[in-house]
Design a protein around this ligand. Sequence first.
Ligand code: N01
Length: 540
Amino acid sequence: MPKSPAAVPNEGVLDVLIIGAGFSGLYQLHELRKRDFAVHVFEAGAEIGGIWYWNCYPGARVDSHVPNYEYSYSQLWQEWTWSERFPGRDELSGYFRHVDAKLELSRDISFSTRVSASHFDADEGLWHVETEDGRTAVARFLIACTGFAAKAHIPEFQGIETFAGPCSHTAHWPQDGIDMQGRRVGVIGTGASGVQVIQEAARSASKLTVFQRTPMIALPMQQQRLDGAAQQAAKGDYAGFFSARDASDGGLADIEADSRSALEVSPEERSAIFEEKWQRGGFHFWFPFSDTMTDRASNRLTYDFWRAKTRARVKDPALADKLAPVEPPHPFGCKRPSLEQWYYDVFDQDNVTLVDVREDPIEAITATGVQTAAGLHELDVLVLATGFDAGTGGLTQIDIRGSSGASLKDVWADGVRSHLGIGVPDFPNLLILYGPQSPTAFWNGPTSAEVQGRWVVDCLCHMRDANLERIEATPDAAEGWHEHMQSIADESLLQEADSWYMGANIPGKHRELLFHFGVREYVEHCERSAANGYAGFSLS
Ligand code: N01
């Protein structure tokens, strides 16, 4: 049920204005409010949940297994059980309602409130925030919790506006749904969103046409129904589980790469390790060995195991060549794998057609379908699973201007500059969570919300205690962090894929590694900075 907007704090000056009511924004609200900061949240959606509010397309479900994808507060997990190992979107929405009921968050959130601009007044030392519908707020600190996928990417297909039937990007899906039953459905894109919607559409559509540009390297989800009693019993170990989650290298407590190289074990042992991770499902197979993402030969062995498993699922050899090619389309894992349940099986169904748009490009979208070089694919419904302007897009679509008056969009046009992904030179008192140059895409959302979020909460408390009013990343620290990001890219195979990790999915976007690969090392950098008086930031 959509909530009506809470009173907007037009009077007085807030300590903190938070943009976004997803995992990070809600954590900040709860923790800062507990410490008596005057905090308010502006949220574009009509309910809490961030990405989980918007992504209500059929099949949307989380790729992190229970109980990784939730807050570690015992008052929340003690009274919550999940029905599936990888919960679906509706259950996640229910979880957020539970969080809201327990922590009473909504009273400090303005819903349906999209921030359009935010300018720092250097004389006053205050952020002036404006919303699309003309409301305003003033705050000492601005915490941007917009997530990595707040700006959808819709390619400029000629004639897209002429399509006569329902046409939606997966992240703009109508809350009351789109009926696909018995209709001719087209899906453009085979990323994580595409895979999920394709699985569902194949069950309901009279005809499903999948437009694939790059094959997805999808891993077996190994979904399971969960038993409430067993989950309740496991809660005895939850405190330890969540500590391990904080210290893990991807924010998933029980996933760890084998510490050896794939090349230093015998072929038999390697196969056994691959198989064990495959059977465990989910992201266990993403980084099977310590060098999967850094050593080409190790990476290729992983791909070859995946390919053999996947091709065995597809009866038609020509289709198998399209879905799991002999040569990898890019190094394994360097584009974000998705998790699948029956994805590879649907292509053997009579009602499903795969169009390889590299061979048969999309020329236009017409009123009745998608026109490719080979002909018109007639459709009633068109799904755009074409991804996001990830990392930066959610921030730069807001007119954020720092003390010099320059916009974040302009400042980052030729590459992101930040320290630790949290602070930006010339943008005092702007703190960014789960954004570019943080681990973000390589970090489980709730874990990052808590670990990176704790750093920000501690920092604000430190500033208040020390009577400090202003924090700003130094240009030197930001240059150093930029070089550090480049060295991570150079040491890995990541930059060889045209992925959203590299900004390479958006025409004209500066190509660079957008996310810090290596969570533990990142957290060490954050801890060192804090231990040294927030080194890399100037505090005054
Ligand atoms: O987006 P994507 P997504 N013509 O960018 C294709 C998270 N997520 O929304 O690969 C034709 O991965 C594009 O092709 P190519 C998760 O982190 C999580 O699926 O660029 N095709 C690609 O196939 C995920 O990784 C969950 O060649 C075009 C697709 O569109 C991230 O969000 C669920 C095209 C875009 O895939 C983004 O996933 C869903 C064009 N002009 C999402 N332009 C869960 O946790 C783009 N494509 C469950």
